[in-house]
Design a protein around this ligand. Structure first.
Ligand code: BJ8
Length: 384
């Protein structure tokens, strides 16, 4: 793997999260409302249409877990403990500045944690159905989208007009198209960028709050990569094994997983999770009722809280093929029952597709870092 400095475009995404803290404060000083979100099911268009700023809440550090464990059980997913810990310690500026937080009834741990969170923060919980295909579930979710609209209007003292919601849909669709264009650059063999670089843009883009600046920066990142490709610059060795990562949200364990893979002769070309493809796959239909279109688009997200979760299986099968993947690494967080249970189905699916597969379970501590690296290195070695 090249030791080249990251292009400045990537740096700006890496810094975006830190700078985001300051940016949110500035937005608040200007009188903007902020809505904090926990999950990919949160319909961001509604927040934008209200003239407010959506922001992803901190959930990816073990720093606040000891405080959380004074209230929550220890054998709970680290993401949930971390989120709650940030809320009670006020260590997350995004939570601190949120006028409203939006949660969804996803897994059992999260929804029960929200009951406690609701006692100390202004929280709206959307009732997410557990299934995606039946009419009753679709209708419930559509009504939940409308209920969120009312809550935002009431809390922020605004009316979301048809014009504003359509404009917000357009902006988010543009962003998804551009991020997908960026993401798909790694279909090339070898990919033009490492998985760490790809992640920096995908994750960092969530912390750029001005839609115009965000679109411009993603465009610049794409153009820079394409220009390098055209000039024959190769950042990744041809021999690097092409890895797809699937499973739980990765942000709390990127060092332990992505870095370990890329230091062991692999390169991550695709992320089938909530920091990779899930937030950008599928556009909101701009030709039908905007609220119906938003409900339809978000309900398609293939999370393991759905039963059955056929959308994840279909997406995974397609990505493995499109990105010419040599091996699939699934990362599950400890005590995440839904993803851990789905591992058996994913393993069977990959067996059927004849793609080597490994599942690793971890948490936000560093105690298993060496062991994890050994396992991932052995897996990549086996692909050679
Ligand atoms: S759409 S993946 S962001 S719920 S919190 S389910 S890890 S036990 S985060 Fe998620 Fe939305 Fe789905 Fe994506 Fe497991 Fe932990 Fe629950 Fe989790």
């Amino acid at each position: 793997m090249s030791e080249n400095q990251l292009p400045s475009q990537f740096e700006s995404f890496g810094e975006a999260r830190q700078q985001g803290f300051l940016a949110v404060k500035n937005l608040k000083d200007q009188g903007k409302k902020v809505a904090g979100v926990f999950c990919t099911y949160a319909p961001l268009e509604l927040v934008l249409a209200a003239g407010a700023v959506p922001v992803g809440l901190c959930a990816f550090s073990d720093e606040t877990i000891p405080e959380a464990e004074k209230v929550l059980p220890r054998n709970l997913c680290p993401l949930i403990k971390s989120s709650y810990g940030f809320a009670i310690t006020d260590k997350c500026p995004y939570m601190y500045f949120s006028d409203l937080m939006i949660g969804e009834t996803t897994c059992d741990g999260k929804k029960k944690m929200y009951e406690l969170l609701g006692e100390i923060k202004n929280l709206h919980v959307m009732q997410l159905p557990q299934s995606q295909n039946d009419e009753a579930s679709k209708e419930l979710w559509y009504k939940e989208v409308l209920r969120l609209k009312e809550r935002i209007e009431q809390d922020f003292g605004v009316t979301i007009t048809d014009e504003n919601i359509k404009k917000a849909i357009k902006i988010k669709n543009e962003e998804r198209k551009l991020l997908k264009e960026f993401y798909e650059l790694s279909k090339a063999c070898p990919p033009p960028i490492t998985g760490a670089e790809q992640l920096k843009v995908l994750y960092g883009s969530q912390f750029k709050f001005d839609p115009g600046t965000k679109l411009r920066d993603i465009r610049e990142a794409i153009d820079k990569v394409k220009a390098d490709q055209a000039n024959g610059v190769e950042n990744v060795a041809k021999s690097a094994k092409r890895i797809l990562i699937t499973g739980c949200p990765l942000a709390g364990v990127t060092e332990k997983v992505v870095k370990a893979i890329e230091e062991s002769g692999g390169v991550v070309v695709a992320y089938e999770n909530c920091i990779g493809i899930k937030p950008i796959e599928n556009l909101v239909d701009e030709t039908i009722d905007p609220y119906q279109a938003i409900a339809d688009r978000y309900l398609k997200i293939g999370c393991s809280v759905m039963t059955p979760n056929t959308n994840r299986m279909e997406l995974l099968t397609r990505l493995v093929d499109e990105f010419k993947v040599d091996g699939v690494v699934e990362m599950t967080l400890q005590a995440c029952h839904t993803y851990n249970l789905e591992t058996a189905q994913i393993r069977n699916l990959m067996q059927k597709e004849e793609v080597p597969f490994i599942s690793v379970e971890t948490d936000y501590s560093t105690s298993d870092a060496a062991q994890l690296k050994t396992r991932l290195a052995a897996f990549i070695e086996m692909l050679s």
